[in-house]
Every structure is written in structure tokens, then in C-alpha cells.
Design a protein around this ligand. Structure first.
Ligand code: HEC
Length: 87
């Protein structure tokens, strides 16, 4: 019986931590995951690294262009990342 209770506690605390993490970290990453799924394209389309993280999310030219374009015109940015949406 004791082991069962232990396992239960472990699961509850893991779930709890996971929830806390989700609450604190979800917003920005979720927003970016949205760009990726909205645009149906890999992270590498806009980022230098294939799996960008919060503190390591350098944008490539296409990504910078997409940001300049207020997250629109991805197709145009892919064709001409330097001049699209230039002020
Ligand atoms: C269509 C272009 C695009 C794609 C695809 C994309 N990103 Fe991004 N990402 C951006 C831009 C632009 C920014 C800079 C912040 C902004 O403009 O909102 C950014 C920022 C981020 C950040 C920093 C978030 C912050 O608010 O500090 C993370 C983390 C990130 N992206 C992860 C990802 C991951 C993981 C993927 C793939 C699943 C991905 N991105 C795909 C364009 C993209």
C-alpha cells in the first residue's frame, strides 16, 4: 500500500510541476508554434537553429523579414527576404 501512495504522490507532483511550467512558459512559445503551424513550415524557415528556444531564437533573413512584415507575407519574404517590407 505504501508504494502505491508513493507513486501517486510522485505523479501528482510531476503533473503539478508540469502545469506550473506550462503556465509560465507557454505563452511565447505557443505564439511561435502558432506561426509555424499557421504558415505550415519548419522552424528553420525563419530561425537559424532548427529548434529555437526562448533564449536562443536568432532569426535568419526570412525570419527578420517576416517580423518586419508584422507576421505576414511569408511567401514574399522567402522570395526576397532583404527588400520585402522595407520601410
Ligand atoms: C514564419 C516564421 C517563423 C517560424 C516558422 C517559426 N518562428 Fe519562431 N519566431 C519568429 C519570429 C518573427 C520571432 C520573433 C518574435 C516575434 O516577431 O514575434 C520568433 C521568435 C521565437 C522565439 C522567441 C519567443 C519569445 O517571445 O521570446 C521562440 C522560442 C521561437 N520563435 C520558437 C520557434 C519554434 C520552436 C518554431 C518551430 C516550431 C518556430 N519558432 C518557427 C518567426 C517564426
Amino acid at each position: 500500500m505504501k508504494t502505491v501512495k508513493c507513486a501517486y504522490l510522485a505523479i501528482v507532483s510531476i503533473l503539478g510541476m508540469w502545469l506550473l511550467l506550462a503556465v509560465f512558459s507557454a505563452t511565447p512559445v505557443e505564439a511561435k508554434l502558432q506561426y509555424a503551424s499557421k504558415e505550415k513550415t519548419a522552424c528553420k524557415t525563419c530561425h537559424v537553429k532548427p529548434a529555437p528556444k526562448k533564449d536562443d531564437n536568432e532569426l535568419n533573413d526570412v525570419g527578420k523579414c517576416y517580423q518586419r512584415c508584422e507576421h505576414k507575407n511569408l511567401d514574399q519574404c522567402k522570395k526576397d527576404p532583404v527588400n520585402t517590407c522595407k520601410a
